[in-house]
Write a protein of this length. Structure first.
Ligand code: 13P
Length: 315
């Protein structure tokens, strides 16, 4: 397991601490990792000879990681991305799986779902979705690799739909956090979740007409929206943002509340906003647009409710 090296407050290197205690003492304390997991600060060494590569980092870091891996991974390696974000380039949006695939010249599937990390680590039952392009055999291999008695994995041939669900649900979770911070109650939150799911579906289809409706009923769809809107970090920080009336920035609250972990939703909604603005479609996505305008300080958190008075465009 490649680990970005950090020096802990004790002066010990993070990888040394993980290998000494068999725990990720900074990001997942109290949970024993498998004995076969060895933290390695050297990326080249960690990927050497690997034929299955699992990418799971904040999406802000994927660019540099891929660039430094070019020419270093096996040409027959299979990748899977657990990263819930996307890259927006001048030429258009690029899914992380596509980016990994293009940079490294290997196939890349995705694994998304209602997966709050701590709950999985405590072996509470969860399910997840593997999104694959066209090779069912590879998808089955990933399913076999990830499945445990408490982790049920379902393959779905819709890599774009699965990945975009995982990405976009973070935007809905921020909206849900605003609603919580404003003490609006459960009905409002449920309404926001429904509007959000609808915009997720339309946005997915706008980018990829191949995206299937059924994908939204998998773990990566409605289930991930629900868990993240109730128990995720995006929701939690967005609630604090609204409680402070938008006066403290997301960056500041993230640093204070997440101890080095990174939020994906604020970056994602900026990227989504860029795509929609570029295509002149902001009016069709009032929830996504409003979330970005609140996050960037152009609107107050209470605007999330004014949004719901706008016309519902999608059936
Ligand atoms: P957060 O990053 O908001 O904690 O979301 C977790 C998640 O993706 C659950 O599936």
């Amino acid at each position: 397991m490649w680990v970005f090296e950090e020096t802990l407050q004790s002066g010990e290197k993070l990888t040394d601490a993980i290998n000494r205690t068999n725990e990720n003492v900074k990001y997942l304390p109290g949970i024993k990792l498998g004995k076969n997991v060895i933290a390695d600060p050297d990326l080249d060494n960690a990927v050497e000879d690997a034929n299955m590569l699992v990418f799971v980092t904040p999406h802000q870091f994927i660019d540099n990681i891929c660039k430094s891996l070019v020419g270093k991974v096996r040409s027959d390696a299979e990748a899977i991305s657990l990263i819930k974000g996307m890259e927006v380039k001048i030429e258009g949006p690029c899914l992380i799986s596509t980016y990994i695939s293009e940079q490294l010249g290997i196939n890349c599937s995705v694994l998304m779902g209602a997966n709050l990390a701590n709950e999985i680590a405590e072996e509470k039952f969860s399910e997840a979705t593997v999104g694959y392009r066209n090779n069912r055999e590879i998808a089955e291999q990933w399913v076999q690799l990830f499945t445990t008695p408490y982790f049920m994995v379902t393959p779905v041939q819709d890599v774009e739909g699965v990945e975009l669900c995982g990405t976009l649900k973070n935007v809905v979770a921020i909206a849900a956090g605003f609603v919580d911070g404003l003490d609006m109650g459960n009905n409002t939150k449920a309404a926001i979740i429904r509007f959000g799911l609808r915009e997720m579906r339309e946005f997915c289809k706008l980018l990829f007409s191949s995206v299937k409706d059924d994908t939204f009923f998998e773990s990566c769809g409605v289930a991930d929206v629900i868990t993240t809107c109730f128990g995720g970090r995006n929701r939690k920080v967005a609630e604090a943002f609204a409680r402070n009336g938008g006066k403290r920035s997301f960056d500041e609250l993230e640093a204070e509340m997440l101890q080095g972990q990174k939020l994906q939703g604020v970056t994602t909604v900026r990227e989504v906003y860029e795509v929609l603005r570029h295509r002149g479609l902001l009016e069709l996505f009032p929830l996504f647009a409003t979330v970005h305008e609140i996050c960037s300080g152009c609107l107050p958190p209470s605007a999330i409710v004014i949004y719901s008075e706008k016309k519902n465009i999608f059936p």
